[in-house]
Design a protein around this ligand. Sequence first.
Ligand SMILES: *Cc1c(COP(=O)(O)O)cnc(C)c1O
Length: 434
Amino acid sequence: MSRINYSSTRDEDTRVSFEEALLTGLAPDGGLYLPQSIPKLTSDYWKSRGTFADLAVNVLGQWLGDEIQPSQLEGIVREALDFPVPLTQLHGAGWEDVFVLELFRGPTHSFKDFGARTMARLMSHFTAARNETVLILVATSGDTGSAVADGFAGQAGIRVALLYPRGQVSPVQERQLIAKRPGVTAFAVDGTFDDCQRMVKGAMAEGSAGGVRVSTANSINIGRLLPQMLYYMWGAQESGCEKPLFCVPSGNLGNLTGGVLASMSGLPVHRFIAAHNANDFFPRFLEDEGTGFSSSVQTLSNAMDVGAPSNFERLRALLPHPDMQSRIHGESVTDEETLACIRRVHEETAFVADPHTAVGLEAVQRFRRQTGDATPAIVLGTAHPAKFPEVVRKALGFEPPEPEELAALRERETQVQSLDPSVESLRRKLAEIA
Ligand SMILES: *Cc1c(COP(=O)(O)O)cnc(C)c1O
């Protein structure tokens, strides 16, 4: 096996190891890291009938095997991806051959658990070997923060500082963010999400805080993307379909980029649908290459409220425009349509969708109506409906039952500090916790 090098989307001549790409996140020229070569896998890798973790060990072994001992990688992967990944077929008129891949059965009940948990253990592995400590900074408006906090908590050599805008995350999300966890400090910032991001960028620019390396764990990091290939392969094998269509509820386009990497690695995919809410830059771009980013608007599917998707640069480097247009179909779904879809899919199939998954379900139906293409479709279920009880109540008149872990959060000890919206006050705090 030869080593896979990573280069910047802005300079093909950069060459770094996976370890370097993982620990730095962003390339020095501001570009995003992409693999210079992609292992070509055959269907043996995903049709082996083992568990999800077996598939993950096999596939990631081909990507990372020359940088991490196989037995160590296996330990990391089995510990990170130890939760079920069920594929549910919908049954009801109008939903023929539609499946939901439930990626929300991990500890924080969003698909971000896959990337965050795997990445945390990989980072801890490399920093331990270097005898280093790393401080992970995350600005969050919801799901990313809790997946990162949970995934990184208690990992040797890692500390996490989490910033969220006070009063601007949902009650369930806040409970998840401020649950007391080893090595994690949550900060409620008296400001907006943009303030949080600005503060993180400001602190990151220094490279270190209190003498400790700082890094970030958002979806620009290649360490989050590689694990996100795995469930496309798993979903295809569980569906029994040779060449399914995948519909991906999208914001920063990290999830979709994982799917594109899986298909470039050999997984047969009929087509991808990028399902967006009113933040419709990408569907517009697929229609008209001249389209530019816009500022984000608030919607019911708030984890997808992104005006300038950070992984767009990566996707574009992987798939030049004519290819991108033929492989990916874009849709944009309004809040009203999202609520109507939650209602309809519940009436017709009894499935309770969260608002993000509902955007995907609506996009599949629309695609089928427009094209007459009835290829079996796998919609990525990105969050558990109990994370959005207010929206589900609005659509269905009741709140979905809470999974045990979410209910148990009410009893958890909490920990949160207030913070002024300035880089300087963040720096002071970081020096204390580093
Ligand atoms: C983050 C998130 C998305 C969007 O994923 P991207 O990789 O940013 O495109 C969709 N749904 C949920 C529930 C999320 O948390």
